[in-house]
Design a binder for this molecule. Structure first.
Ligand code: CO
Length: 470
């Protein structure tokens, strides 16, 4: 049976520039700036299909709010993986779960010079004043915020082909901190810092025999938090590119989840804990109360969620998507107690956002905004937006029939009176009308204030950020 959200995994290759979107409702006057979104723009090259939601080639989207209007533009990220796919009508670069079809000769060549994708599709960041499209291979792409044209590769480290990075750097105190994994004879996790206007610096590193797949990390005022799930890889398999990237990783639950906590100032390993085996993409917030360290993560019992994002499965099965659960971990940094956790939400969530101004500053941070899977339905994809109140453990939900929302970016009202005084911006696929719209929610009541209609569908994306005009 055809799934209602099929359109979100199609090929939408038209690049638009629209000065004024049709808006219903009234936009708050204080919202002035631009929302950039990143995600797949095509799941096909010629007649070859990509296999996984995380494979499609990057398309950037831009929604600019000015004087009560919203303009829109979208453009494929101008990179080699895109140009070669268009010119040769075939998949030419390795993505997350898809490799090109190799001839024997190519296979040998690939071992010595792998064609790793430069289609940086997962997130958008402003690093040292530059707008950068971010992907997991360490080949980030700078782009022009006005035209969305690519301005060239931006790297953190000297051996981009031998390491990967998270797409969730933290930007605090004029410094960008990120976690990379270097594969080699000796592999290592490396926390990199890039103070504004300076070259990247190594701030902590840890040798590892079988690196885990890591998508984010935690940062508190004093600590760097590395949560190593038992979803690990023999580094030789990455270096010799035995299979598509993610398929080299193996779930080894008996290892448990190892949590390494480093001193942020001098990079030393302060504590190491072992927790039950679990998997996650996203850390949320991390904060301290005296010697107590707390950090929140959207967790799953295993990495089945990655399997659920294979396109044949999304398109055909009626199986419900595994739901992420917010766990708050607690580590006593002064004592000898083991690590513990508590569950803070019973809604199935993913793509968490919160008020970044409260990042590791405020132990009373209270709200997480995310997408989720409706309990009453049977959708294999996200069909609602959820506001989780971590204090009451209650949730508010926005849900509309045949609508499939993306990550709800939170934007605080500059004159706010409460943490949640602001709006959430989410790109929603409207299956009944065959297009997408930008939903603007009041973050307090979690009800719609306005929506801006795009005349075509936008494929399901991953992450994005809003930047105020300045
Ligand atoms: Co992410």
């Amino acid at each position: 049976m055809r799934k209602a959200y099929q359109l979100g995994f199609a090929n939408i290759e038209d690049e638009l520039v629209i000065d004024k979107l049709s808006v219903t409702g009234k936009l708050p006057e204080w919202v002035e700036g631009t929302l950039f979104r990143n995600g797949p723009g095509m799941f096909k090259a010629g007649n070859q299909d990509y296999r996984h939601w995380f494979d499609g080639l990057s398309m950037l989207h831009k929604f600019s709010f000015k004087a009560g209007n919203i303009s829109y533009a979208n453009k494929f990220l101008q990179c080699k993986a895109y140009h070669e796919a268009k010119e040769n009508n075939r998949i030419s670069y390795s993505e997350f779960a898809t490799d090109p079809c190799y001839s024997l000769f190519d296979r040998v060549k690939e071992i010595f010079d792998p064609k790793i994708t430069d289609s940086a599709k997962v997130n958008v960041a402003r690093l040292g004043g530059k707008f950068v499209a971010m992907g997991e291979p360490s080949l980030q792409m700078e782009f022009d915020p006005d035209t969305l044209n690519s301005l060239g590769v931006y790297t953190y480290d000297d051996k981009p082909k031998q390491h990967i990075t998270t797409v969730h750097p933290h930007e605090v105190d004029n410094e960008v901190i990120n976690l990379t994994t270097r594969f080699g004879r000796v592999s290592s996790y490396r926390f990199m810092s890039r103070p504004e206007g300076e070259n990247p610096q190594l701030i902590a590193s840890h040798k590892v025999k079988e690196p885990a797949y890591l998508h984010s990390f935690g940062l508190s005022p004093s600590y760097l938090i590395l949560t190593e799930f038992p979803y690990v890889v023999n580094p030789l398999k990455i270096l010799f590119h035995a299979k598509p990237f993610i398929e080299n990783y193996v779930w080894k639950p008996r290892r448990g989840t190892r949590i390494f906590i480093f001193n942020r100032k001098n990079g030393t390993l302060v504590k190491q804990f072992e927790a039950d085996p679990f998997f996650a993409f996203h850390h949320i917030n991390a904060f301290e109360r005296g010697e107590e360290l707390y950090f929140d993560i959207v967790t799953y019992p295993d990495p089945e969620i990655i399997q659920s994002f294979y396109l044949d499965r999304i398109r055909s099965e009626g199986k419900k998507l595994p739901g992420g659960q917010i766990r708050r971990f607690h580590a006593d940094m002064a004592g000898n107690k083991d690590i513990s956790y508590r569950i803070l939400s019973d809604e199935a969530i993913e793509l968490p956002r919160f008020d970044y101004e409260h990042y590791h500053m405020d132990s009373d941070y209270r709200y997480v905004y995310s997408v989720g899977v409706n309990k009453a339905g049977n959708n294999s994809f996200y069909d609602q937006v959820v506001k989780s109140d971590l204090k009451t453990e209650q949730a508010k939900i926005w849900h509309e029939k045949n609508c499939f929302p993306g990550e709800p970016v939170f934007l605080a009202n500059p004159n706010r009176k409460s943490e949640d005084d602001g709006v959430n911006l989410s790109v929603v696929l409207d299956e009944a009308n065959g297009n997408s719209f930008l939903l603007i929610l009041d973050s307090v009541t979690f009800t719609e204030i306005a929506r801006a209609v795009i005349p075509q569908p936008i494929l399901f994306g991953y992450h994005g950020n809003f930047y105020l005009n300045n």
